[in-house]
Design a binder for this molecule. Structure first.
Ligand SMILES: [Ca+2]
Ligand SMILES: [Ca+2]
Length: 95
């Protein structure tokens, strides 16, 4: 029997299954702002989650919007952007 003794030291919060780094997710969301208004609409979010590999991109976009959109204007603005990145990273492999 083969014992796997590799224990990651810092990967407690973000297990190794998570294929996306913070930078990567950040870039992806930024590049998803198709109309360049500096905000992410639900449609743009949906496309971003699809690129992240989500099979439920529409559902994810709605959930993310509800969770991250703290001023309830229906879009993710720059101030909310960091929360969005965090949210996506926390979802990680569950996408
Ligand atoms: Ca936009
Ligand atoms: Ca907002």
């Amino acid at each position: 029997m083969v014992r796997v003794v590799h224990v990651p030291e810092v990967n407690v919060k973000h297990p190794t299954q998570v294929p996306w780094s913070m930078d990567h997710v950040c870039q992806l969301f930024k590049s998803s702002d198709k109309n360049g208004d500096g905000k992410l609409s639900k449609e743009e979010l949906k496309a971003a989650f699809r690129k992240l590999g989500s099979r439920w991109s529409s559902y994810r976009a709605s959930r993310a919007l509800r969770y991250v959109d703290s001023n309830h204007d229906g879009v993710i603005s720059e101030e909310e952007f960091n929360e969005l990145v965090k949210y996506a990273l926390e979802l990680g492999y569950k996408l």
